[in-house]
Design a protein around this ligand. Structure first.
Ligand SMILES: *Cc1c(COP(=O)(O)O)cnc(C)c1O
Length: 392
């Protein structure tokens, strides 16, 4: 295998655990943005999945490829990981040599397929006849698990994942038949779309998978219900239990009861971190931040701004909130968060904004456009305190 590219990640400069984000920032003298990580919150969310999801929980590595996160999940019993590239496989093999790898990016070059075989990939997703034949031609052996990825016009997520990947039901049926003829171990999978709070999205997909497997007369080895589970971007605890219950009910009605798997990314890691970004300048109702859409806030234009809290750097009395426009630090006028964000009217230079649910799609996503995009990492033992209390 030639691809050994490490995934660049920030170093933890200060490894001392602080109690809260406010405590961490109070002793920090710098002015870089800081990703504050709460290992306890990560374990708590992992436990909610382990005890609540009626099947095996695997982790979609792209949501946060930090070795600390992967190591902690593995220490908590996570065995399976969804990897999407040879670099992610190398990362996983280096951290957890015994991890079970699911290569569920359905479009792969032949070199990537060979890298996957060399890394011992246990499951491959397919959504196209040419890709299925490519797997066989590159040496994916009979008996290997292949999960047919289906797409449906289902709403409920922050944006639609079906526009890029997934086979429409007719094609999925043909793929089930062909994969069976090739002697592969046939499963099915789907992705309802990320940050999906609607249990019916999973049940609609599961019913479709059941119907397709019956129509193809295939007994599925496993059913992988994907990721897409919501995080608490609005500041409230995400409602995972109703989704787990709906999946359990749909599974009970499923022909042959294939083993259930899920592969959450966002919902496992997002709420274990907050992103603290300093305000560099205020001009009227506009705040200029030390990071923006080319950095750790890159998801805001597509799925909206999460809950933001202000931490004042001094002992100003909290004021009533007002809407602010938030700009990133680069010289590109597109570098601005969508809409307006309500914050205390006293917000000023030197204060910090805490963006919630920052543990997903920040690590590994930031660019160094215009010389920005670097941040510190810090550890906290809990994420919330009274946001009205000032620093220090
Ligand atoms: C990204 C991805 C996931 C994780 O999605 P989340 O919305 O972060 O839970 C799971 N499976 C596959 C195949 C993915 O590409």
């Amino acid at each position: 295998m030639m691809l050994q590219t490490p995934i660049p990640l920030p170093e933890t400069a200060d490894t001392r655990l602080a109690e809260t984000p406010r405590d961490w920032l109070a002793r920090y003298g710098g002015d870089s943005p800081v990703l504050l990580v709460c290992p306890e919150a990560l374990s708590a969310r992992h436990d909610r999945f382990r005890h609540g999801f009626p099947g095996e929980v695997t982790y979609a590595v792209k949501a946060n490829p930090d070795p600390g996160v992967i190591g902690q999940l593995a220490a908590g019993g996570m065995r399976g990981f969804d990897v999407a590239s040879p670099a992610e496989m190398t990362l996983l093999r280096g951290l957890c040599p015994k991890a079970v790898l699911h290569y569920h990016n359905p479009v792969r070059s032949r070199a990537e397929i060979r890298a996957g075989i060399a890394a011992g990939v246990a499951s491959w997703s397919v959504d196209d006849m040419g890709e299925l034949d490519k797997l066989s031609a590159c040496g994916v052996a009979p008996g290997t698990e292949v999960a047919v990825r289906v797409k449906l016009p289902v709403a409920g997520a922050a944006y639609d994942f079906g526009t890029k990947f997934g086979a429409a039901p007719d094609l999925a049926l043909a793929l089930l038949t062909r994969a069976t003829a090739l002697g592969l171990r046939v499963s099915m999978t789907f992705h309802v779309g990320t940050q999906c709070a609607d249990p019916d999205a999973w049940t609609a997909y599961m019913a479709a998978c059941d119907g397709l497997a019956r129509a193809a007369a295939v007994r599925l080895a496993r059913l992988n219900v994907g990721g897409g589970f919501p995080s608490g971007r609005d500041g409230a605890e995400p409602e995972l239990a109703p989704i787990f219950a709906a999946i359990g009910r749909a599974h009970a009605a499923f022909d042959g009861a294939p083993a259930l798997v899920c592969e959450p990314g966002r919902a496992l890691v997002a709420d274990a971190m907050v992103y603290a970004v300093p305000i560099k300048a205020r001009r009227g109702a506009a705040l200029y931040l030390a990071d923006g859409t080319y950095g750790g806030l890159s998801e805001c234009p597509s799925i909206g701004v999460p809950r933001v809290d202000l931490i004042a750097h001094d002992h100003r009395a909290p004021e009533a909130t007002m809407p602010f426009t938030l700009f990133g630090p680069t010289c590109d006028s597109l570098d601005r968060l969508p809409g307006q964000t309500c914050l205390p009217g006293c917000a000023q230079e030197g204060d910090w904004l805490l963006f919630r649910s920052a543990g997903a799609y920040l690590v590994g996503v930031t660019t160094c456009f215009n010389g920005y995009g670097t941040y510190e990492k810090g550890l906290v033992s809990r994420l919330w305190t009274d946001p009205a209390r000032p620093l220090g």
